[in-house]
Design a protein around this ligand. Structure first.
Ligand SMILES: Cc1ccc(CCc2c3nc[nH]c3cc3c(=O)[nH]c(N)nc23)cc1
Length: 381
């Protein structure tokens, strides 16, 4: 998009349209387009939402995709993506893209990791080559990819963890937040850098982390260090500590969350943006998310069931294909099986978000939440 195009604003900002309890209806405005919140952001790890065409993802209602700094820096390489015109151009997704800083993926995927004040060095899980990720290099990579919303480099501690370990990691992450923000100043206007709240499952450490980030000041705040194995009630308790402290006029992004139930409960506690590999990964593992709950199509009970997953769905994959056919495809490990179920799952997640946004707009979020949870509980799928 060239700067003379005045159709879109050049600066990043959040607009709060309505609240219903702690639930918020809003928009994140970026130079590449508007993200309606609460938003679910499909994960496009290696520059693709696996099994989906970008136009298809857009049609489902996704306003923004996630790209993965760790994967893309290893292959095809950030400088190569830049030479190819950036991630939007390369993957034909002209709408907003958010990238993570890569540290989380290093800790979960790379070999021989060494963490220091400077950053993290590691060996690629692809070819064993050595790489270094510092706050400065992570921002440089995200800039080369062309991400509209970028993340600071942080250290996420798996839970449960000792309090002193959680404290050390959050304080390192605050120092990296400063360095990330300084490095980010070199980037074109209109892009946004989010700070990431850490602090594990400890109330006072969560407060320390949130206050430290607010002092540095960011256009948006991610809530990290969750969805790392803790029970849902611990995650929700940490949201109740953190969201009231974060500025109301800026977006909150809960990283890595989650199931439909996680999402609806987190919206109820003031979260605006979500990402999760769940719908795409489950689709490749024969799992279908529907408004009746989850169905595993590998199960023999579907072998001759002529019904579609959901005849009222406006998603062709959920409405026009029999469970028997989907069962057959997954049993034969046919590509179309993964493609159709990924389509079903992303369609469901986006329809859930659209339902949440409409309910907040009409002041009936609590009733909507009860309805949706009751429908899942009833099952009979
Ligand atoms: C492409 C892409 C995939 C995944 C993510 C989020 C990955 C992710 C978490 N996922 C679950 N829990 C998570 C916590 C953190 C965290 O504390 N910090 C960061 N930087 N990322 C997290 C971002 C982008």
């Amino acid at each position: 998009m060239n700067s003379s195009d005045h159709s879109l604003p050049t600066d990043f900002h959040y607009r709060l349209h309505a609240t219903d309890g702690a639930a918020r209806l809003g928009e994140v405005v970026t130079p590449r387009g508007v993200v309606r919140t609460p938003a679910f952001m499909p994960v496009g790890t290696a520059g693709t939402v696996k099994g989906m065409y970008p136009g298809q993802v857009r049609e489902l209602g996704a306003d923004i995709l996630l790209g993965n700094t760790y994967h893309l820096m290893l292959r095809p390489g950030a400088e190569r993506v830049d030479r190819l015109g950036g991630l939007h151009q390369m993957m034909r997704w002209p709408h907003p893209i958010l990238t993570d800083s890569g540290g989380f993926q290093v800790m979960s995927l790379a070999g021989l990791r060494k963490m220091s004040e400077k950053g993290v060095t590691f060996r690629s899980h692809i070819d064993g080559a050595y790489h270094e990720l510092t706050p400065e290099r992570s921002i440089e990579i995200q800039g080369l990819l062309g991400a509209d919303i970028q993340m600071q480099l942080d250290e996420c501690v798996r839970l449960p963890a000792p309090k002193d370990e959680i404290a050390r990691a959050l304080r390192l992450s605050l120092r990296w937040a400063e360095r990330s923000k300084r490095a980010f100043e070199a980037q074109p206007k209109g892009r946004a850098l989010f700070g990431i709240v850490q602090g594990g499952d400890d109330t006072e450490l969560r407060i320390e982390s949130a206050r430290g980030l607010i002092d540095i000041d960011f256009p948006g705040y991610s809530i990290g260090g969750l969805a790392v194995g803790e029970p849902q009630d611990v995650m929700l308790a940490m949201l109740e500590v953190v969201t009231p402290i974060l500025p109301a006029e800026k977006p909150r992004y809960l990283m890595g969350v989650g199931t439909p139930d996680d999402i609806i409960e987190s919206v109820a506690r003031g979260v605006d943006m979500f990402d999760c590999v769940m719908p795409t990964r489950a689709g490749r593992h024969a799992q279908a998310f529907t408004r009746f709950g989850k169905i595993n199509l590998k199960n023999a009970r579907h072998a001759e069931d002529p019904r579609p997953l959901d005849e009222e769905s406006d998603c062709p994959a959920a409405r026009d294909y029999s469970r028997a056919y989907l069962h057959h495809l997954v049993r034969c490990d046919e590509m179309l099986g993964s493609m159709l179920l990924t389509w079903v799952n992303l369609a469901y997640y986006q329809s859930l978000m659209a339902g949440i946004r409409a309910a907040i707009a009409e002041g009936r979020f609590d009733a909507f939440k009860a309805e949706v949870k009751e429908r899942w509980a009833r099952g009979d799928i």
